[in-house]
Design a protein around this ligand. Structure first.
Ligand code: SF4
Length: 373
């Protein structure tokens, strides 16, 4: 693959563009099954197998991580997930292999995938039926309870997603969601605010909670998660020791990853970064999958790196930064940093990172730094 740095690790992402139905808040590219001809699923799987096979032969080594996301990969069925992963693992077992699943698609059968999967991510979102209903989720509380119980007795590492700041939801409701999910002992929790995306039914129907309330939902939730021993290692992600998601850390460090499936994004190269994107639309993808390549300028790559690495507790490694972009971080950003509130960041000779307080105003910090690029 032109532009791939073969001396660096490579991760693989596979986007599954099918969902049982569309949730009211969702802007990811996926089609509800009611809009899908069933033959498309088999065709999609065979194209993915071909794309992965070509990349396997080109790269020639085990991937660092694999992530099958969507959409809802559970729609493919365990048999197809096995076919895809057996192909993707032909060059060796990655350090981490995650599959996203919706609660209603998780059954004990999943235990049989333990030879090819190391980690499951389940979209719980809430344990309250009225919140799930207002989000337009397919699953209900009983589905979430069943999935959590199966995962808690499974050999997998696993993550649960929880959404907060849903209009009409109380602070106590969010804390009760955290308490109940934590009682099943996930190693990792993604905890994030409901976002209002253009073109979704949600934005037509509801008004987002105010900024002060959003801060309250987050700060109370963060505090509760920390009290259970989860490390807040990225703005929206919490992990028990040793349970950080390796695949997402590849994104946040602007590592190399190739994405297959409609709308999937890729980023390859180290000093010269190339961003790639698959066809947005499933029908176009099925007739001709094609990665569109866009080489990033040095400035664009640096901005990407800033945007993503500042989301993490570890922040920016200044040695890595200067090796990659040929500039000294302190010289470039000292003016912008001097204008930030002192309790929103930590700067050492080796790293620059954002504090918990800074995470609350992360967009403003990134904007302030990006202006000095
Ligand atoms: S299941 Fe996930 S990808 Fe599918 S519509 Fe709901 S939020 Fe979107």
């Amino acid at each position: 693959m032109k532009g791939l740095d073969y001396t660096k690790p490579l991760s693989l992402y596979i986007h599954v563009p099918f969902c049982s139905r569309k949730c009211d808040y969702c802007a990811f590219y996926s089609l509800p099954l009611s809009a899908v001809d069933r033959s498309w699923i088999e065709k999609y799987v065979s194209i993915i197998l071909k794309e992965v096979d070509a990349l396997n032969r080109d790269y020639g080594k085990a991937y660092r991580t694999i992530f099958i996301g969507g959409g809802n990969p559970g729609i493919l069925g365990y048999w197809n997930i096995r076919r895809i992963l057996e192909k993707a693992e032909e060059n060796g077992m990655p350090a981490e292999v995650t599959v996203e699943m919706n609660p209603e698609n998780i059954s004990e059968e999943i235990y049989h995938l333990f030879d090819i999967i190391t980690r499951i991510s389940v979209g719980v979102q809430s344990m309250d039926d009225s919140v799930l209903q207002s989000l337009g989720r397919n699953a209900r509380r009983r589905d979430n309870l069943r999935a959590l119980s199966i995962l808690s007795s499974s050999p997998f590492r696993w993550n649960a997603d929880i959404i907060t700041a849903v209009p009409g939801e109380s602070f106590e409701r969010t804390l009760a969601d955290i308490d109940e999910v934590v009682s099943f002992s996930p190693g990792h929790i993604s905890f994030y605010c409901l976002s209002f995306e253009e073109g979704t039914p949600l934005i037509e129907r509801e008004v987002p909670v105010g900024e002060d309330d959003e801060i309250e939902f987050l700060s109370r939730g963060w505090e509760r998660l920390r009290s259970y021993g989860y490390e807040h290692y990225e703005v929206s992600n919490f992990a028990k020791p040793g349970e950080r998601c390796i695949h997402n850390q590849v994104y946040w460090n602007l590592g190399q990853y190739v994405g297959f499936g409609p709308s999937a994004e890729s980023s390859i190269g180290y000093e010269n970064v190339i961003s790639m994107r698959e066809n947005e639309n499933l029908v176009a993808y099925l007739s001709s999958p094609a990665l569109t390549c866009t080489p990033l300028t040095g400035e664009e790559a640096e901005e990407e790196y800033l945007l993503s690495s500042l989301r993490t507790k570890d922040g920016i490694n200044k040695i890595e930064y200067s090796a990659r972009f040929g500039r000294d971080f302190d010289s470039v950003y000292s003016d912008a940093v001097s204008r930030l509130d002192r309790d929103t960041y930590i700067s050492t000779p080796l790293t620059f990172s954002i504090t918990e307080k800074g995470f609350m105003v992360l967009d403003r910090i990134i904007l302030a730094l990006a202006m000095d690029l």
